[in-house]
Design a protein around this ligand. Structure first.
Ligand code: ATP
Length: 246
């Protein structure tokens, strides 16, 4: 992998490192080819946002952490891109909350589910749900609706990073509180979720873990953060930043 990379002084070094992780993830059967296209769209928005965590994203990260620590049964959904980009970090977040991980794929194949579970376990995950789905999210066609009753099926709060709009809408319609991480503030997912973190997942997940550690023992602050959070105002602020060239 290193052979394809320019020296660390290259201005696009970080973004090229991230790309290589996805390419390696595809070679390992973790990332779907369509995942590379989704990443390209994300990269474009990251570029426009200055490749940094904005103040608005920080507020969303705190609101997401607050919602996760206050939840009765939170679940973290993992797809191929998430597993390739932040395997260690998503496992650490799952421990910190604590919340189970569930593999949930748009382009589901049993081989990809197994490869993602093995990859997460190699990065320290104990149990990963999703290999034997026994429930479904109402309103989605066959494979895309599959989930587990012990995980997403009975969750009250679900983190669905890099998700498709239909599934986000179906989770909201099923009465769940939905948190997403999505660099495109205009995507259907970004506009449908209750908390949208408009930030690159490689920056957002470690910050989310830090915020969870901070809020875990302070439910009063967590409740106040959730009560005053305004997702529509956050999206307007991110769009203004993109339009103004920050
Ligand atoms: P929607 O159905 O919600 O309108 P979409 O069809 O544009 O979304 P998908 O391909 O289903 O998008 O999902 C990928 C989403 O994840 C895109 O909005 C993309 O901007 C975002 N994304 C891709 N890579 C990253 C990343 N590294 N960090 C954060 N967001 C990302």
């Amino acid at each position: 992998m290193e052979g394809h990379l320019p020296p660390p002084s290259h201005p696009r070094y970080q973004s090229l490192v991230i790309r290589e992780r996805l390419v390696a993830g595809m070679a390992a059967g973790i990332v779907a080819p369509q995942g590379l296209l989704a990443h390209g769209r994300g990269e474009a928005f990251d570029y426009l946002l200055g490749e940094q965590t904005t103040d608005a994203a920080r507020r969303s990260i705190d609101a997401a952490a607050a919602m996760l620590v206050l939840a009765r049964h939170p679940v973290l959904s993992v797809n191929g891109n998430v597993a390739a980009l932040v395997p260690k970090e998503i496992v650490a977040l799952s421990r910190a909350v604590p919340a189970p991980l569930e593999v949930n794929l748009f382009y589901r194949t049993e081989q990809r589910v197994a490869a993602i579970i093995a990859h997460l376990q190699a990065h320290g995950a104990a149990t990963v749900l999703g290999a034997d789905p026994d429930s479904r999210i109402p309103g989605l066609d066959h494979d895309r609706g599959l989930c587990t009753a012990a995980g997403i099926g009975s969750a009250d709060v679900v983190l669905v990073p890099l998700e498709d709009g239909d599934r986000t809408a179906a989770l909201v319609a099923a009465g769940k509180r939905v948190i997403t991480i999505d660099l495109n503030p205009l995507s259907r997912t970004a506009q449908t979720a209750h908390v949208t973190i408009v930030d690159n997942i490689v920056r957002a997940v470690p910050s989310l873990e830090e915020s969870v550690h901070r809020l875990r023992s302070d439910p009063t602050s967590a409740q106040a953060i959730v009560a005053r959070y305004d997702n529509a105002a956050m999206a307007r602020e991110q769009l203004r930043r993109i339009r103004s060239g920050h």
